[in-house]
Design a protein around this ligand. Structure first.
Ligand code: DX5
Ligand code: ZN
Length: 237
């Protein structure tokens, strides 16, 4: 197990926000994407669920290609599906810039990572809260994105699992000491109350579903709130 390096500093300008459209108004999807783009987000995160790997069904390649038509932002496709090797080509074809698969869903993860890279797409690997970091140790130099889940995948609007913070710190340590160029992304329950702490723990890409697309604030206000929390946290870190 990696040593926990403790909390560190971060530069707010280096943090990327990746809103998940899972809680967006899908009837107005193009407007919802444009609103996020205008608010200055960095990636668009697309949650693909199959009702097997997770107990919910969401979107497929058709929606990814529809989103591709309305934005030039990188499309970050998160596959929460079994047998991901059967579908990665369809998502690359639909316009994904990065495709993240779950370590738990693939028997031949190394092969799958290179299958994704050979499609000309960045390759990411996600691990669930109960999956140890050791599941990605051997492939840390082969991936472009390490995604630490801070909720059990399947639904938007869940609460951040506090133990994810220590896992993010250990993941940062693993990425750095392996000299991996992988982005360290966190997904689940991220909001203005916890984003700075998770950035201090070492994450540099944040998925934000219900804290960007919600009924309380506009997308613009929600993104500004997250950026403001990152700036305030930077000053105090
Ligand atoms: C969880 C998905 C997340 C989720 C994020 O299954 O992978 O991307 O939609 O939504 P919030 O930020 O609301 O937890
Ligand atoms: Zn996700």
């Amino acid at each position: 197990m990696e040593a926990d390096p403790g909390a560190g500093g971060y530069r707010a300008a280096n943090i990327r926000l990746a809103p998940s459209i899972l809680t967006a108004d899908l009837g107005r999807l193009a407007d919802e994407i444009r609103a996020a783009e205008t608010a200055g987000v960095d990636w668009v995160h697309l949650d693909v669920m199959d009702g097997r790997f997770v107990p919910n069904i969401s979107i497929g390649p058709l929606i990814v290609s529809a989103v591709r038509k309305v934005t030039n932002l990188p499309l970050d496709v998160h596959l929460m599906i079994v047998e991901p090797e059967k579908y990665v080509a369809a998502f690359a074809e639909a316009g994904a810039n990065s495709i993240t698969v779950h370590a738990e869903a693939s028997v031949h993860l190394h092969r799958l990572i290179y299958q994704i890279r050979d499609l000309g797409t960045r390759a990411g690997v996600a691990i669930n809260p109960a999956t140890p970091l050791s599941a990605v140790e051997e492939i840390i130099n082969d991936i472009n994105v390490l995604l630490v889940m801070s909720v059990n995948p399947g639904f938007g609007g869940q609460s951040f699992i506090p133990s994810a913070l220590s896992k993010i710190r250990r993941a940062r340590s693993l990425v750095d000491r392996s000299k991996s160029s992988a982005d360290l992304e966190v997904d689940g329950g991220i909001n203005a109350e916890n984003i700075a702490e998770a950035a201090r723990a070492g994450a540099d890409v944040f998925v934000a579903g219900s804290s960007v697309y919600n009924k309380t604030r506009s997308v613009n206000e929600s993104v500004a709130l997250l950026r403001g929390a990152l700036l305030a946290g930077e000053a105090s870190s």
